[in-house]
Write a protein that binds this ligand. Structure first.
Ligand SMILES: C[S@@+](CC[C@H](N)C(=O)[O-])C[C@H]1O[C@@H](n2cnc3c(N)ncnc32)[C@H](O)[C@@H]1O
Length: 333
């Protein structure tokens, strides 16, 4: 992570890079779409969505308003044959069974089996590229058995598979958010290369609103409690309360979390992040509309995938597809 004065402008560009083209001819599906971190990233690269689904009503409403595509609901009730053909498949599948704060049941937990719904669709539709996202604890779950199973299943279906833990901090966002990204491309295509992830972090004061609604201020009691035990070395900063109640503060935010306590993250130890700030911390553009109530806004943004991070990965996958087409190799070239 770098925070350098001379490169701030470059950092801002990197967070919301200009669209490569209006339409690059490639299509995608957005499974477990939430508010569409994958969609925002992919459409900036000229890809077109042909299908999305999410079981959450509010996520579907927000998605529909912002992208003009109404997601279907529960993936368990969607036949793979009702999903249009597509080039790329994206899925930030539910992380509860894999998260350190959730159960460690993995595939034993029914929610963990949602990977098998992705596998069912991949088997039927054979997209050229796949990008999956989950919490990094997926790697150690059941002594690595869960990630091994995912890689094996995709490999048996004819894909080259690779995975890596990426951190949103290295893709221009002032949010420490580590996620495992799994990339699979049809084995007869050109090779995939990971993005370098050396984008300077956007400074926190470009994320924070200059005149936030006072309703986001915490009570005097909470404020005094925080300031009794902690003094920040820099301003502005985001104060983080860990599970043991210890407070730390940084020039970046710890990972937004869907179900965290209201005071888990506080700007300068005195106020909660506004919905616009939550969106900015995930790299959503300024024209993204989110007028859900505050608790829904926290949940939806806390679940989202960081836009510039997956945009860098998707760009590399698109490059694989394009290189394969130019070389005239691969079953779908
Ligand atoms: C980690 S979030 C993905 C967020 C998304 N990538 C984004 O950028 O906003 C997982 C999503 O899966 C959805 N989900 C959970 N179970 C589902 C199911 N059975 N069918 C469809 N969606 C489901 C949740 O509502 C949640 O929005």
């Amino acid at each position: 992570m770098t925070l350098v004065n001379g490169t701030l402008e470059k950092a801002a560009d990197a967070i919301n890079p200009p669209a490569l083209s209006q339409d690059n001819g490639l299509t995608f599906v957005d499974l477990f779409c939430g508010i569409g971190g994958f969609h925002t990233a992919a459409s900036a690269l000229g890809l077109k969505a042909v299908f999305a689904c999410d079981i959450d009503n509010e996520a579907r409403t927000v998605y529909s308003r912002n992208y003009g595509l109404t997601p279907m609901g529960d993936i368990l009730e969607i036949s793979e044959y009702d999903i249009p053909d597509h080039d790329l498949l994206f899925a930030g599948f539910p992380c509860q069974p894999f998260s350190i704060i959730g159960s460690k049941g993995g595939f034993a937990d029914p929610r963990g089996t949602l990977f098998f719904e992705i596998a069912r669709i991949v088997r039927a539709k054979r997209p050229r590229g796949i990008v999956l996202e989950n919490v990094k604890q997926l790697l150690t779950l059941q002594k690595g058995e869960v990630i091994r199973r995912i890689v094996n299943d995709l490999t048996e279906m004819g894909y080259d598979v690779d995975y890596r833990v990426l951190n949103a901090l290295n893709f221009g966002l002032p949010q420490k958010r580590e996620r495992i990204i799994i990339v699979a491309t049809l084995a007869d295509m050109d090779s995939f290369h990971w993005p370098s992830g050396t984008v300077p972090m956007k400074p926190l004061d470009e994320i924070l609103e200059s005149d936030p609604d006072p309703k986001h201020l915490v009570s005097d009691r909470i404020r005094s409690k925080r300031h009794e035990v902690h003094t920040a070395e820099v301003t502005p900063s985001v104060w983080h309360e860990n599970k043991s109640g210890n407070i730390s503060s940084h020039q970046w935010s710890c990972a937004l979390r869907a179900g965290a306590s209201y005071n888990y993250l506080l700007v300068n130890g005195e106020r909660r992040l506004t919905p616009r700030e939550l969106l900015r911390l995930q790299g959503f553009p300024e024209d993204f509309e989110l007028d859900s109530n505050y608790s829904q806004a926290r949940k939806l943004t806390g679940n989202a995938v960081p836009v510039p991070m997956v945009q860098s990965v998707i760009k590399e996958v698109v490059d694989v597809v394009k290189r394969t087409e130019v070389a005239g190799i691969g079953s779908k070239a």
